[in-house]
Design a protein around this ligand. Structure first.
Ligand SMILES: [Zn+2]
Length: 295
């Protein structure tokens, strides 16, 4: 008898809570509809959205998504980008370093302002950075590719570094483990090779770059993948060709003395090949600066 009464009470209480839920669902839906209607008159309708922990959140989401599909999509994107930056433990790095900032001065004037804003945004997010390379003359590019054999490196005159539109950086920040947010953040270094070259390490930097209209070498596929490389534009092939012609008119194959192509020298991949390129540049500095657009 007692058991039966207990069961009856349970059934009654279950029904009461179901009725309550239905009432609150109706109530939420009514509130959401009213607010959505009101939002049609606002310039930024999402201001009327409720917090994620509000009991009516689902009703609001449904109502607003139906009424403002485009604004809703933008909002979702902002949220996902924010979640990437959440992995940067900025409190562990209260004074991020910003080394070699003066290298920015060597970039093309149109790229300088964009890169300064980008690097300042990294520092604001708690990410330290070092600007390793910005503008490089073709002789420098030649040395990287054929003498130092750094791989992958573009041929001389073919890299956006030559024209002052690209910068290579290394980064350092403390990272929260998204699977275990209570664990102590660990320091990560963003590099070109090794574990620091992984996309996850660079993700917060890439997100900020994308937001600011800066392009990323980490989006290149396969052997071209270059996470340290950021650029504002790619130079036209005709300008690259002009640069190549400048050198090809002035350099000779060190073995035969015949005019040489700038991009041939598998066989003169040593310092002997680099010197004519460098000399041609030194002797006609103003002309090559004009061709590169960095004068
Ligand atoms: Zn680069």
């Amino acid at each position: 008898m007692i058991i039966k009464r207990q069961r009856l009470l349970e059934i009654i209480s279950e029904e009461i809570s179901m009725i309550n839920e239905q009432i609150s669902e109706k109530d939420c839906s009514r509130r959401a509809k009213e607010d959505a209607r009101q939002a049609q008159f606002l310039s930024y309708p999402m201001e009327l959205m409720v917090d994620e922990d509000d009991a009516c959140y689902d009703a609001y989401e449904e109502e607003f998504q139906a009424l403002f599909p485009e604004a809703f999509e933008t909002l979702q994107e902002e949220e996902s980008q924010y979640s990437i930056l959440q992995t940067v433990a900025s409190w562990e790095n209260p004074q991020p370093y910003f080394r070699n900032a003066s290298n920015i001065d060597k970039l093309h004037p149109s790229a300088q302002q964009k890169f300064r804003a980008f690097f300042n945004a990294l520092v604001d997010a708690g990410i330290s950075l070092q600007v390793n390379s910005t503008h490089r003359y073709p002789s420098h590019q030649f040395r990287l590719r054929y003498v130092d054999e750094t791989d992958p490196t573009a041929e001389p005159c073919r890299s956006d570094h030559q024209y002052g539109y690209a910068a290579d950086i290394n980064i350092k920040y403390w990272k929260v483990n998204p699977d275990d947010p209570d664990a102590a953040p660990v320091v990560v270094r963003g590099t070109k090779r090794g574990p620091g070259s992984e996309k996850e390490v660079w993700a917060p930097v890439a997100a900020i770059a994308a937001e600011m209209g800066i392009l990323w070498g980490g989006d290149w596929e396969g052997a071209y993948y270059d996470p340290i490389h950021f650029y504002t534009r790619s130079v036209a092939t005709s300008q690259k060709r002009q640069c190549e012609e400048f050198y090809e008119e002035r350099i000779e194959d060190p073995d035969t003395g015949a005019p040489a192509a700038l991009d041939l020298p598998e066989d003169w991949g040593d310092i002997e090949g680099w010197e004519p390129v460098s000399d041609a540049e030194d002797e006609n500095k103003s002309e090559i600066d004009r061709i590169l657009g960095v004068a």
